[in-house]
Write a protein of this length. Sequence first.
Length: 281
Amino acid sequence: MNLIPSRPVHILAGIVLPAVLLAGCATHRTQTAEVRPLLSEQDQSSIKDSDLRIANSALQSGDLAVASNVFTRMTKDQPNAPEGWRGLGTTQYLAGELEASRKTYDEMLKRFPESSDARMGLARIAVRRRKLDDAAADYQAVLKKTPDDPSALAGLGATLDLRGQPSEAQAIYRRGLDKHPDNAALRANLGLSLALNGNPREAINVLLGNTGLVGDLPQERANLALAYGLLGKDDAAESILTANLPQSVAQDNLEFYHYVRQKLAMKQTPAKAANPSGAKK
């Protein structure tokens, strides 16, 4: 959702209380879409090495003010080099300056109409602003050019989940995993979508994969803990949480899982009552 940084996190609303899950537990970041690497080898040859080193170092260390200053200078000194615009848009996004970031990516797209990076940047901002139709259109534009782009697939899937279309979202994640079976963002998103839509056991199988071991991505571990919690396996969920979190925070997460489990049960009960098993149609 691999740095600078590795594509930002989109938090999945799923089918249960979107506002609650979006605010969620402070420790339970859920859905992931990656950020493209800031500079390719081709990019690096077109700008000053000193500017590149300073900008990258500042961004990686979290000094967004310095990074912003350097990237802004790059856009003025070399306006026809895409890396300055991309770097500035990324920095502004990470600083929470969404409108400034949107304007930067808009300008980048005007200068470089075929830029997938500009489209991806605009899509991430649209998701943050819950302009989901706009986000879907931007992700689809990227996929029209590069149908198997794992980051665009993860982003589109997250957008569909947030629009309340989990079946379509899961199909997108599976399509991506068919081409990129080791992609952590796609796996984390699919696991979360399954867990929040009544399939926590399948979510666990997806997140553990063929090795039976959860991946290194924090979202994979968080989503696996959630899946165990929704399945009622609190001990397994707690063991995952306490590997990286204080006991008190882990307990808060467990209580959150209980709450979500109750809401899922309430949602499923009316559906069963409306069409009891074995009822004649």
